[in-house]
Design a protein around this ligand. Structure first.
Ligand code: NDP
Ligand code: 2IT
Length: 451
C-alpha cells in the first residue's frame, strides 16, 4: 500500500496544486507493480524523491509597457530532476501559469525526456505574462526582463529551456539575445533557435510530426493505418499546425482546429492553401481562428472555451482525436462523445489534455490511447538533437533529423508496449510510458546515492 501513502502525502504537501496532484496520481498508480517488484526502490524512496522539485525558482519580472506604465509579472523555473541529464523543458507564457501548472509539466517532462533515450533531466518554466494584445516591443521588453533573472539559473550544461504555449521562435530569439548579452557567450542554452544561429531543422515541426508518427505506429501494431482516417485536432498553434500537416502528408484528413475562443469545422479538410492560411493567421497576423471560417466557405465556426464542461468539437464523428491545445480539454463527457462518434485512437499532442476520468472512459471502451509524455515527446527529442548539433558544431539536414525523429518515436512506442506487457498491462501505453520512463530515472537515482 506504499502508493496510497505516497499519494496522500503529495496531496497534503501540495494542497493548492490540483494539476500537479493529477499528474502525480497518474504516475503513482501506474507504478504500483514496479514498487511491488522492487522493494529497494521503495526503501530508497525514489518515487517520493521524484515528486519533490530539486529546485523551484520564483522571481519578479518588472518591465515598462508602451504607455510607460510599470508592469509586474511572476517568473518561474522548476528544476525538477537532473538524474539523467541537464534540466530540459519549455517555457510557458500564459495568464493561467502557476506553480501547480509548471510542476505538473516539469513532472511529466522527467519521464518524457527519459523515454526519448537522450540524456535530459526534467524542467519547466514560464510566467503569468499574457502575450495576447501586446506589441512587438512589449514582447521583447518582457523577454529581456524575464531573462535578466533566468540567466543566472541556466547554462547549456545545467538547464536548457525551450518553447511551450505562448513561447515560439520569436520569443526564443529575444530570450537568446538577452542571455547572450548578459553572459557574453554563444552557447546552445535554449533550443528552438533560428536555423542561422544554432537551431535545428525540423524542431518547429517535431512535436506535431512526432505525434502522428506515434499514432501511425499504434495503428500499424494492430494492422491498421492513419491513411483515410478523419481526425479532430484541437489548438492552432505550433503542435496543432504540424500535426495537421503530417496527417495530410500521410493520407488522413484533419477536419477541425481551435483556439481559446472557439473551433472551426471544415468537412473538406484543412489542406493546402487552407493550412497555409491558418499558419499565417496564427504565426504572423496573430488573429483568431474565426477568420478561417470567414475566409473559407467550406468551414463553420463555433464559439466556445476548450476547458468548458462540454466542448462541442469532440461530438463530431471521426476516427482519431488529437488534442493539441492545453491541459484538461477532454473530460469524461467529451470522452463519451468521442466513443459514441466511433473514435479509434486518441493521441495527446498537448500535455495532460485528458482528465483521469476521461482517460478511463477512453480506455474502458477499447479506444487506443497515446499519453502525451510518449506521443508528444518528438518536440523535446528534437531539442535534444539540437543540443547535440550545438555541442558538435554541426548542422544536420532535414532528412537526417526527420529520420532520427521517426526512429525515436518508434523506439518510444515499442518501449511503452514492452514495459506494459512485462508489468501485466499489455497494450496500455499509459502504464508502459510511466514505467519505462520511471525505471530509467530510478536506476540513475539509485546509482547516484542519497542526494
Ligand atoms: P501555442 O502557443 O503555439 O498554441 C497553443 C494553442 O492552444 C493556441 O491555439 C491556443 O489558442 C490554444 N488554447 C486553447 N485554449 C487554451 C488555453 N486555455 N490555454 C492555452 N492555450 C489554449 O502552443 P503549443 O502548440 O506549443 O502547445 C500546445 C500544447 O502542446 C501545450 O499543452 C504544450 O504544453 C504541448 N507541447 C508543446 C510542445 C512544443 O514543442 N511546442 C512539445 C510538447 C508538448 P489561443 O491562440 O487563443 O491562445
Ligand atoms: O512539453 C514539451 O515537451 C515542450 N514544451 C518541449 C520542451 C523542449 O525542451 O523542447
Amino acid at each position: 500500500m506504499a502508493h496510497t501513502v505516497i499519494l496522500e502525502t503529495v496531496k497534503k504537501r501540495n494542497p493548492n496544486e490540483p494539476e500537479f496532484i493529477q499528474a502525480a496520481q497518474e504516475v503513482i498508480e501506474s507504478l504500483i507493480p514496479v514498487l511491488d517488484r522492487n522493494p529497494e526502490l521503495v526503501k530508497l524512496k525514489i518515487l517520493e524523491r521524484t515528486l519533490e522539485p530539486e529546485r523551484l525558482i520564483s522571481f519578479r519580472v518588472t518591465w515598462l509597457d508602451d504607455k510607460g506604465d510599470v508592469q509586474i509579472n511572476r517568473g518561474y523555473r522548476v528544476q525538477m530532476n537532473s538524474a539523467i541529464g541537464p534540466y530540459k523543458g519549455g517555457l510557458r507564457f500564459h495568464p493561467s501559469v502557476t506553480p501547480s501548472i509548471l510542476k505538473f509539466l516539469a513532472y511529466e517532462q522527467i519521464f518524457k525526456n527519459a523515454l526519448t533515450g537522450i540524456p535530459m533531466g526534467g524542467g519547466k518554466g514560464g510566467s503569468d505574462f499574457d502575450p495576447k494584445g501586446k506589441s512587438e516591443n512589449e514582447i521583447m521588453k518582457f523577454c529581456q526582463a524575464f531573462m535578466g533573472e533566468l540567466a543566472r539559473h541556466i547554462d547549456h550544461r545545467t538547464d536548457v529551456p525551450a518553447g511551450d504555449i505562448g513561447v515560439g521562435g520569436r520569443e526564443i530569439g529575444y530570450l537568446f539575445g538577452a542571455y547572450k548579452k548578459i553572459k557574453n557567450e554563444f552557447t546552445g542554452v535554449l533550443t528552438g533557435k533560428g536555423i542561422e544561429w544554432g537551431g535545428s531543422l525540423i524542431r518547429s515541426e517535431a512535436t506535431g510530426y512526432g505525434l502522428i508518427y506515434f499514432a501511425e505506429n499504434m495503428f500499424q501494431n494492430v494492422g491498421n493505418t492513419i491513411r483515410g482516417k478523419t481526425c479532430l485536432v484541437s489548438g492552432s498553434g505550433n503542435v496543432a499546425q504540424y500535426a495537421i500537416e503530417k496527417i495530410n502528408q500521410m493520407g488522413g484528413k484533419a477536419i477541425t482546429a481551435s483556439d481559446s475562443s472557439g473551433f472551426i469545422y471544415d468537412e473538406g479538410g484543412i489542406t493546402g492553401d487552407k493550412l497555409e492560411f491558418l499558419k499565417d493567421l496564427k504565426n504572423n497576423r496573430r488573429g483568431r481562428i474565426k477568420e478561417y471560417a470567414d475566409q473559407f466557405k467550406s468551414a463553420t465556426y463555433h464559439a466556445g472555451d476548450a476547458n468548458a464542461d462540454h466542448n462541442e468539437m469532440w461530438t463530431i464523428k471521426a476516427d482519431c482525436a488529437f488534442p493539441c491545445a492545453t491541459q484538461n480539454e477532454i473530460n469524461d463527457k467529451d470522452a463519451n462523445h468521442l466513443v459514441k462518434g466511433g473514435v479509434l485512437l486518441l493521441g495527446e499532442g498537448a500535455n495532460m489534455p485528458t482528465t483521469i476520468e476521461g482517460i478511463n472512459v477512453i480506455m474502458d471502451n477499447g479506444v487506443m490511447y497515446a499519453p502525451g509524455k510518449a506521443s508528444n515527446a518528438g518536440g523535446v527529442a528534437t531539442s535534444g538533437l539540437e543540443m547535440m548539433q550545438n555541442y558538435m558544431g554541426q548542422n544536420w539536414t532535414s532528412e537526417d533529423v526527420d529520420s532520427k525523429l521517426q526512429g525515436i518515436m518508434k523506439n518510444i512506442h515499442d518501449n511503452c508496449l514492452a514495459a506494459a506487457k512485462e508489468y501485466g498491462k499489455p497494450g496500455n501505453y499509459m502504464v508502459g510510458a510511466n514505467i519505462a520512463g520511471f525505471l530509467k530515472v530510478a536506476n540513475a537515482m539509485k546509482a547516484q546515492g542519497i542526494v
